[in-house]
Design a protein around this ligand. Structure first.
Ligand code: HEC
Length: 185
């Protein structure tokens, strides 16, 4: 009896050791042969938000206009602190011909871009900073101030304003549109 049990134990040990040996071989094999799995880098946030089509550009513009851009804070019938913009892309044609216009824009798109990046290039009569007789705009430059819009966001807002006015959207989602041109002049 005792002997049988002893034999059973040694058989068990043999099997156990054999199993460990096999497991060991496979472990070595897998560590050596199978390349370690490196986790894939998470996709860049920008890739999904970077507008590709004009529709996406307009959508981004609307989002920025009502959110990060804080445009509606001033440009709303309730606030009354700034001119309404629902016709801004059409009025732009007249603005650049105005004798008080000091900017460099040659098109409505460029005027809109400039209005955001350099608000004092033209001050809508009656809306200038108090005491400056409409030579200084109370509007902050959107790229520099706390608003801090990126180039893409500014272009998107310009596209949205053109869309809002019902004119053709001339801003291109990628590359140097006329809007980008103003800045590089
Ligand atoms: C602090 C208030 C304020 C904020 C915020 C503001 N604006 Fe203005 N904006 C004004 C005022 C006041 C004027 C009129 C004076 C002038 O011509 O600069 C103006 C003028 C403009 C004009 C020219 C309008 C025209 O008829 O020529 C455009 C375009 C414009 N803003 C767009 C924007 C956009 C887009 C945003 C958001 C990214 C924005 N503004 C944020 C106050 C503001």
């Amino acid at each position: 009896m005792v002997r049988k049990v002893g034999q059973g134990m040694s058989n068990f040990l043999k099997v156990a050791l054999f199993s460990l040996f096999i497991i060991g071989i496979y472990t070595l094999y897998s560590v050596k042969i199978i390349p370690p799995i490196t986790p894939e880098a998470p996709p860049k946030e920008e890739a999904s938000t970077e507008p590709v089509t004009v529709e996406e550009l307009i959508a981004l513009g609307e989002q920025v206009y009502n959110g990060k851009g804080a445009c509606a804070l001033c440009h709303s019938p309730v606030a009354g602190r700034a001119p309404l913009l629902e016709n801004a892309a059409v009025i732009a044609e007249d603005r650049i011909k105005d004798k008080n216009y000091k900017g460099k824009a040659a098109s409505a798109e460029e005027y809109l871009y400039e209005s955001l990046a350099e608000p004092s290039a033209y001050v809508v009569p009656g809306f200038g900073l108090a005491g400056t007789s409409d030579t200084v705009s109370p509007m902050p430059a959107v790229q520099a101030s706390a608003i801090g819009l990126s180039e893409t966001e500014i272009k998107a807002v310009v596209a949205y304003l053109q869309h809002l006015s019902g004119v053709e959207v001339t801003v291109k989602p990628e590359g140097d549109g006329a809007a980008g041109g103003v800045k590089n002049k």
